[in-house]
Design a protein around this ligand. Structure first.
Ligand SMILES: [Zn+2]
Length: 162
């Protein structure tokens, strides 16, 4: 059984994005809080990313599963929509994992009122060249764009700044 809030957050952090399995919900920055209530209920606070990226229902189910395995059947997941998640919440460790996985991490910063394009080049995750070009606004999921590297000619996904 889990006895501390730190353990709640550590266990919740083992749940990963169903679409990008190398990224935990802590890496993504969507796990806001977690604590254990007096009656043993695990209460988690999550800020979802925009729809379809990643799948919140899967994450909720996975959270219930990991806590059930630890002996906690009662898991409440509160969704907090404000402030809205942006890619700025992704941890540096998460961005490094994305790159290793072959997805270019978001470059630049999102701002209140919407993302501002800072004109930062997207780095090829294979050869680290900045000589890349967008092929499609939408990659394998709506949160990614499809890029191609003009040096090694490999296509890759870029996690868009939001
Ligand atoms: Zn390349």
């Amino acid at each position: 059984m889990i006895t501390t809030d730190d353990e709640v957050r550590a266990l919740a952090s083992t749940v990963t994005d169903p679409e990008i399995p190398v990224l935990s919900i802590a890496d993504l920055g969507i796990l806001r809080d977690g604590h254990l209530e007096k009656d043993g209920t695990v209460r988690l606070t999550i800020t979802p990313t925009y729809s379809g990226c990643p799948a919140m229902d899967t994450i909720r189910a996975d959270l219930a599963t990991v806590f059930a395995k630890a002996g906690h059947e009662k898991v409440e997941v509160d969704l907090v929509l404000s402030p809205a998640w942006t890619t700025d919440w992704m941890t540096d460790e998460g961005k490094a994992k994305l790159q290793e996985y072959g997805i270019a991490p978001p470059t630049g910063k999102a701002h209140a009122g919407g993302p501002i394009k800072l004109g930062l080049a997207v780095k090829c995750p294979q050869c680290h060249s900045l000589n890349t070009r967008e092929m499609s606004r939408f990659g394998s999921t709506s949160c990614k764009a499809l890029y191609v590297c003009q040096d090694c000619h490999e296509p890759f996904d870029y996690f868009k700044v939001l």
